[in-house]
Design a protein around this ligand. Structure first.
Ligand code: UTP
Length: 329
């Protein structure tokens, strides 16, 4: 199975972190978010080929992936971030148009607690969905009585006009990549945009009109990493699942937590739900529900509900915020 993972977005909602790091390399529960997706695809032998669509800080992503996994990845470049549909089209050259190969698309900033093997064995194209309270931020599906998708609407203007509350959450199995690329080219040629971007949902709607059969797959464990609060939520979810049970002399550890390599902890209270990455030094500090990235130095600090970028220094401060790399407060 060929897999496309688009990672070219700029990640505005996770600024300032995404000014110095690509979003998919931001750490959650001890690994960059992209690690979990790629590890699953390789370990479960789902992917023969993984194509990353890179853009913003793409070289950092390539370096991380090539030095972490023993797998030959393919990279294509999206020169302008014109939308998810446009990003997927950038991978067209990696597919044989005659063979109409199937393709699995997984967004790079979304983790899933699902059995991908169930998804890829489907006879029909599949779109991962989850019921949400407010569908206006999402693509939304409408199904017929037999469960086949009959309509897709990207970002419905209001809850009233939304065909359902089943939102598209970022996993797609498409049985015919030739039709997919043709449909994306169609929306680009006809300048069909939603919120100024060439959306994948709009191209999938064209595929439906070409009689492509699509069904949904309920994604119960959908772990969005696109915003600070959802990144912390995903951190909590992943730490709850890991069975690590740390105890460190002179410190109070409220598991679950993650503590990386070469971390110095003295007279501190850590957790619950704290990720302390490699090389951090914490003295006389309290950290909970936060991600402290590599090489940070905390002294007499209280940090809660925060994302702290690499190599930051927090001395004698009470913190509840988002702090970019190399900050000193
Ligand atoms: P998002 O819609 O979350 O965009 O993209 P973003 O740039 O990452 O984040 P915000 O909205 O600015 O905060 C969902 C996925 O699609 C990819 C992103 O990298 C992300 O993995 N994407 C999006 C592209 O590769 N290219 C695009 O033009 C748009």
């Amino acid at each position: 199975m060929k897999v496309i993972i688009p990672v070219a977005g700029v990640g505005t909602r996770l600024r300032p972190h995404t000014i110095t790091q690509p979003k998919v390399l931001l750490n959650v529960a001890g690994h960059p978010m992209i690690y979990y997706i790629v590890d699953e695809l390789i370990r479960k032998k789902i992917a023969d080929s993984i194509i990353f669509v890179t853009g913003h800080q793409g070289e950092k992503i390539e370096h991380y992936l090539n030095s972490t996994f023993n797998f030959k990845f393919d990279y294509v470049r999206q020169k302008e971030t014109l939308g998810l549909g446009h990003a997927i089209l950038c991978a067209k050259g990696k597919f044989d148009p005659i063979k109409k190969e199937e393709v699995l698309i997984i967004l790079g900033d979304t983790l899933f607690d699902v059995n991908l093997k169930d998804v890829v064995k489907s006879k029909y194209s599949v779109i991962g969905v989850k019921k949400v309270e407010d569908p206006r931020r999402f693509g939304v599906v409408e199904k017929d009585k037999k469960g086949f998708i009959k309509r897709l609407v990207e970002k419905p203007a209001s809850q009233e006009v939304s065909p359902s509350n089943e939102a598209i959450v970022g996993i797609y199995l498409l049985k015919n990549s030739t039709l997919l690329f043709d449909s994306i080219e169609h929306i680009i040629r006809n300048k069909v945009t939603t919120k100024g971007e060439y959306q994948l949902t709009d191209a999938l709607e064209i595929m439906l009109r070409q009689n492509e059969k699509m069904i949904t797959y309920n994604v119960h464990g959908w772990l969005d990493c696109g915003k600070p609060e959802t990144l912390l939520e995903t951190n909590r979810y992943l730490l709850d699942k890991k069975s690590n049970n740390y105890s460190i002399r002179g410190c109070k550890i409220n598991n679950p937590v993650y503590i990386g390599k070469n971390v110095t902890l003295e007279n501190s209270i850590i957790g619950p739900h704290a990720t302390i990455n490699d090389g951090c030094i914490l003295r006389n500090s309290i950290v909970d529900n936060s991600i402290i990235d590599n090489g940070c130095h905390l002294e007499n600090a209280i940090v809660t509900d925060s994302l702290v970028g690499r190599n930051s220094k927090i001395i004698k401060k009470k913190l509840n915020l988002n702090l970019g790399e190399f900050s000193e407060i």
